[in-house]
Write a protein of this length. Structure first.
Length: 438
């Protein structure tokens, strides 16, 4: 059945549609959900690359966190350019372009491994993340408008659950394929001659070739499939002289504070996930090998997946700000418990944080763009730029871990959760609520 599409444009970002409520968008929603799985899988593989490249290149915690810095800084650099791409070619073609960009980044892992070049690995990760940014900028607002506004948080939470499915299976598969060989101890590594050291690095780095080749091929195939399907067309509106928007994103505190919330949330989630393999290797925690520890990382991301499936239902019964506040208190308490204990208590308390991370991103995102109207596209771009928190906070935590030890370096995520608690209790209120109480 044909449906009429009505679009509104934002002066700074992507045109946002107002879709017909009579259409059935279950099929396009299911198709777009596959993209959430894909970028979740690839994002979480970084948690396996961190310990792998740390051992190969003998890196400090701060230097190895350049992996996450290169990856997540792409969100800050490319969100606005991608929003302009969406405005020019539409949502579906942007998704295809993003997938092809991701494929190029995945294939670049092959020469990076052959040369055993850490800078080339970082370049490949940034290109891969640039493609994922294109998917984020197009897919997140696309999901938001495919249904009733009042169920946007629940709908986005459900699609994010499949993103978490990707993050759950990635550590297990990545651990088996990438961390299969036992690395030399640092003392042995430092005794090798320059030639022997380079040969060792090439041999160890080769384990990433097969996984990323398969990933690259899969991304290209997915791009072809998405490009051949007929998704609901959402046309970017043309800017017209008489259609100026008498509003500004700076007049919406929920957006600005929400961007800081996304920054804090992604930073905390990525910081915790990035250090888990090394954390579980500490004698005071579990003394696990990298390969074994990688399997346990799946519990962290699996908790987020389960929490999002549960949260999709809870968000229809509990007000999103209230549920967000409850989850942040639980997450902060679990992180502090892990810092103050050792052994299995420290290990399982930090893994349980994933369950309460679950609803944070979709809830902060939907609360951040609430009541923006024609500025929703610009708001979406700003929120996606804030994902750069995943680049900055892990590097800071890495420096803290180098100075004070990994076990007690998790106080930074606690600070992040406390800010999200403020956002849930106060900062998330849109202007209509603020003015009503004024």
């Amino acid at each position: 059945m044909a449906t009429k599409e009505i679009t509104t444009s934002s002066p700074l970002g992507v045109a946002m549609p107002s879709v017909s409520t009579t259409a059935n968008y279950a099929r396009p929603l299911a198709i777009v959900t596959t993209l959430f799985f894909a970028w979740g899988f690839l994002t979480c593989l970084n948690d396996i690359l961190v310990p792998h490249l740390k051992s190969i290149f003998d890196l400090s915690y701060a230097r190895v966190m350049l992996i996450q810095f290169a990856f997540f800084s792409a969100y800050f650099l490319f969100s606005v350019p991608w929003s302009k791409v969406v405005n020019r070619i539409g949502y579906q073609k942007t998704m295809v372009t993003g997938l092809l960009t991701m494929g190029a980044g995945a294939f670049l892992f092959l020469p990076a491994a052959s040369a055993a070049s850490y800078p080339l690995f970082l370049t490949a990760l940034m290109i891969l993340a640039a493609g994922i940014t294109g998917l984020q900028v197009s897919a997140n607002p696309y999901v938001v408008v495919l249904g009733k506004p009042e169920t946007a948080s629940s709908r986005l939470d459900l699609t994010q659950a499949f993103n978490s499915l990707g993050t759950t299976v990635a550590p297990k598969i990545g651990g088996l394929l990438i961390l299969s060989a036992a690395p030399l101890a640092m003392e042995q590594l430092r005794r090798l001659s320059p030639g022997a050291l380079q040969a060792y690095r090439v041999q160890q780095a080769a384990s990433v070739k097969m996984p990323y080749t398969v990933i690259g091929i899969a991304l290209v195939v997915l791009a072809v499939v998405i490009g051949s399907l007929k998704l609901p067309t959402i046309e970017a509106a043309q800017d017209k002289p008489g259609e100026k928007v008498n509003d500004s994103i700076w007049r919406h505190p929920n957006l600005i504070l929400g961007a800081l919330g996304i920054f804090a949330y992604v930073g905390a989630e990525v910081s915790i996930g990035s250090f888990l393999v090394n954390y579980f290797g500490l004698p005071a925690i579990a003394g696990l090998s990298p390969k074994t520890a990688a399997g346990y990382v799946s519990f962290y991301w699996g908790g987020a997946m389960i929490g999002r499936f549960i949260g999709a239902g809870l968000l229809q019964k509990i007000k999103p700000p209230k549920l967000l506040a409850i989850c942040t208190v639980c997450a902060a308490t679990l992180v502090m418990t892990s810092m103050l204990t050792s052994g299995h208590v420290a290990m399982w308390s930090i893994l349980a944080v994933g369950l309460f991370n679950s609803i944070m991103f979709p809830t902060i995102f939907s609360l951040g763009v609430a009541e923006l109207g024609p500025l929703t596209g610009s708001g979406s771009g700003i929120l996606n730029m804030a994902i750069v928190g995943g680049a900055i906070i892990p590097v800071i935590q890495g420096a803290i871990a180098d100075q004070f030890g990994l076990h007690h370096g998790f106080f930074l995520p606690v600070i992040c959760y406390l800010y999200i608690l403020f956002f849930g209790l106060s900062g998330s209120k849109p202007n209509s609520e603020r003015y009503a109480k004024a």
